[in-house]
Design a binder for this molecule. Sequence first.
Ligand code: NAD
Ligand code: LMR
Length: 334
Amino acid sequence: MDAATTVTVTGAGGQIGYALLFRIAEGAMLGASRPVRLRLLEIPQGVRAAEGAALELQDCAFPLLESVEVTDDAATAFDGASLALLVGARPRSAGMERADLLAANAGIFGPQGAAIAANAAADVRVLVVGNPANTNALIAANAAAGLPAERFTALTRLDHDRAVGQLAAALGVSVSEIERVAIWGNHSATQFPDVAHATVSGRTVVDALADVFGGTGAALAWLDETFVPRVARRGAEIIEVRGSSSAASAANAAIAHVRDGIGGVDWTSAAVVSRGEYGVPEGLMCSFPVTSEGTGYRVIEGLPLDDRGRARLDASVAELVAERAAVRELGVLS
Ligand code: NAD
Ligand code: LMR
């Protein structure tokens, strides 16, 4: 058995928290030989719900779960944490865009970034899930004095998995046959789900779609008119159909993001700090195709982007720049 890892989950009393905690405790995120100590951070109104989840965690008698602590104090919650999943934030409701949450949620992430820097383990890694996730990650990283911004990431794995699911359904194949999908930009309606490099059992996805739709032109039209908007607006579709925002799929994506960042993966998507790759302004938290050798995500460089892809990425990056300006205006980002 490995040494125990301290994992902090914020917003643990909420919907995603409820879908996340039991799987972390069971070993889905860190593996079957790594015990976990869970720290659940909530605001005072959410503490009872988190305490209820803690009681249920105890009732599951998970062999890997060493302890569960519920608190509304950030310093206590992040003390010694090697992993922090920042989920706690207001979700949007029908008719809102995620950026409409900026004013409500941005104030959460500066203090939490500072508390992480002051209290967490030196090797801490942080995943931001609360929306708007890219810009909240930027705020948290900016406030975390002394921690490299590379330790902070935001979740676009859900968009990536949605894209894979849509392609598998259109092609009538298993999701495991699809590789090299990329999500570029913001976790918002401007994101660019890109299949230019994607393959299905070694063939290009575009060729395989051409067989299904009766030609390359029809395949490209389906990608532009159906696939891209469906993936980019899937969060809104879930809210409309389910009545509240995605929870189990978001928790699943968060687990996959952490698992693959630590365990290694050839190709997936994540929002990471830009170092100028693909012309994205340095410092923005932008989704890219990424790889990991087990020490965190690194952008896969050198992929060609055609004119349409470039324009889509530029539009999403422009939105990230506008969000950064908006949170500066709010005084939560220096
Ligand atoms: P929820 O309302 O069910 O739960 C949020 C929880 O966060 C609540 O229990 C609340 O008390 C708590 N909270 C609020 N402020 C907090 C703070 N400062 N510290 C600690 N806890 C705090 O919402 P949810 O469905 O769990 O969604 C959480 C967030 O995740 C939302 O912002 C949602 O939009 C976002 N989300 C992101 C993705 C993604 O792919 N990036 C996917 C789904 C949802
Ligand atoms: C999602 O993509 O499901 C989440 O970001 C929730 C939302 O507001 O769409």
